[in-house]
Design a protein around this ligand. Structure first.
Ligand code: ZN
Length: 292
C-alpha cells in the first residue's frame, strides 16, 4: 500500500497572531528553514509528497516554492492567508484561492491540482467551497475530516477518496483525511497535533489500521519539527493581551521535540507518494474494478 505524505506550509506564529490577537504581518523566515529540514528528511528517505502552500508564503518566499517543486514534490494550495472557509465570503474564497493557485503555478511551472482548506474547514455548512474549487480547475480537495469533531469534521462522510457530484454538472474528487474506527467511533489519526501529542505507537498502529482498507493520508506542518520557543514579540503580545502565553509555549514546544524521530520511523517503515498520485492510483483501480 502506498500512502500519501502531505505538508501544510504555513507560519504558525503569524496565524496565532492573526487569529488570537488580530495582528496582521508577513510570514517570518522560520518557515523556510523548517521546510528545508523536511525536504532534507524526505530526500534522505527518497520520498516525495504534496506541499499545500499558503499564497502569503509563496508571495514572501518564492524561492521556497521553486525549491519544493525542483525536488519533484507536488505543489497544492492551502488558501492565501489561512482564513478558515466559514470565516470568509464565497467571493473572497474564490479570489484568494484563484490568486494563490496562479502564483504557485507561476513559480512551480506546473498546474496545481489539489487544495486543502485551513483547519479542515470544509464541512456541511461550507460545502459551497467545493463548487468554487471545481470552477477554479482544481482536480481534488483534501479538506474533509470524516468524523464528528469539536472544531471541524463532517460526520458520516465516506472515508474513501471518491468523485463528488456538485451543482450544475460540476464534480471534484474528495480525499478525506484518515480516521480510525475505535469502539464504533471514528477518531482522527496520522498527522499534525496527533503526530505531536500521541506516542509513536499510536500513529504506527493507526497507519497499519487505515492502510488495511485504503491509503493513509499523513499530514504535518514545517513548524511541527521546530523546537525553538516562539518569538519574543508573540509572547509579549499574548501576555499583554492576557492570553495564556505560557500554555501556548509549553503545550506546543515540548511535544515538537518528539516529532522528527517519529517521522523518521514512519518514513522508514511505510511507502509514501504525493497525494495526487495516490488518488490517481485509487481511481484507476476503482474503474478497473467497474466501480464508480
Ligand atoms: Zn494550515
Amino acid at each position: 500500500m502506498i500512502n500519501a505524505l502531505t505538508v501544510d506550509v504555513e507560519d504558525n506564529h503569524r496565524i496565532v497572531a492573526r487569529n488570537m490577537l488580530g495582528l496582521e504581518g508577513p510570514p517570518e523566515d522560520a518557515v523556510v528553514g523548517n521546510t528545508h529540514r523536511l525536504l532534507e528528511l524526505f530526500r534522505a528517505h527518497a520520498v516525495r509528497g504534496t506541499f499545500f502552500v499558503l499564497g502569503e508564503i509563496a508571495a514572501k518566499f518564492p524561492e521556497l516554492v521553486r525549491a519544493i517543486a525542483d525536488e519533484d514534490h507536488e505543489i497544492g494550495v492551502h488558501g492565501f492567508y489561512h482564513m478558515e472557509v466559514h470565516r470568509i465570503s464565497a467571493e473572497r474564497f474564490r479570489r484568494e484561492i484563484g490568486d494563490a493557485k496562479a502564483l504557485l503555478e507561476d513559480l512551480s511551472g506546473k498546474a496545481v491540482r489539489g487544495h486543502r482548506a485551513p483547519s479542515f474547514s470544509i464541512t456541511p455548512a461550507t460545502r459551497w467551497a467545493l463548487d468554487i474549487l471545481a470552477d477554479l480547475g482544481l482536480h481534488y480537495d483534501s479538506s474533509i475530516f470524516p468524523f464528528k469533531g469539536r472544531r471541524y469534521g463532517w460526520p458520516g462522510f465516506p472515508r474513501d477518496s471518491h468523485r463528488m457530484v456538485l451543482s450544475e454538472g460540476r464534480s471534484i474528487i474528495e480525499a478525506p483525511l484518515s480516521t480510525v474506527q475505535v469502539w464504533g467511533r471514528r477518531i482522527p489519526a496520522c498527522g499534525g497535533g496527533y503526530l505531536r501529542y500521541f506516542p509513536h505507537w499510536y500513529t504506527d498502529w493507526a497507519i497499519r489500521h487505515v492502510q488495511r482498507e485504503r491509503p493513509a493520508i499523513v499530514y504535518m506542518h514545517p513548524y511541527d519539527i521546530d523546537t525553538r520557543p516562539p518569538p519574543a514579540w508573540l509572547n509579549d503580545a499574548l501576555r499583554a493581551g492576557g492570553n495564556p502565553a505560557r500554555f501556548y509555549r509549553t503545550h506546543q514546544q515540548w511535544w515538537r521535540r518528539t516529532v522528527e524521530s517519529k517521522l523518521r520511523r514512519l518514513l522508514t517503515r511505510y511507502q509514501f507518494a504525493p497525494l495526487g498520485e495516490v488518488i490517481d492510483r485509487v481511481l484507476a483501480a476503482d474503474s478497473e474494478a467497474g466501480g464508480s
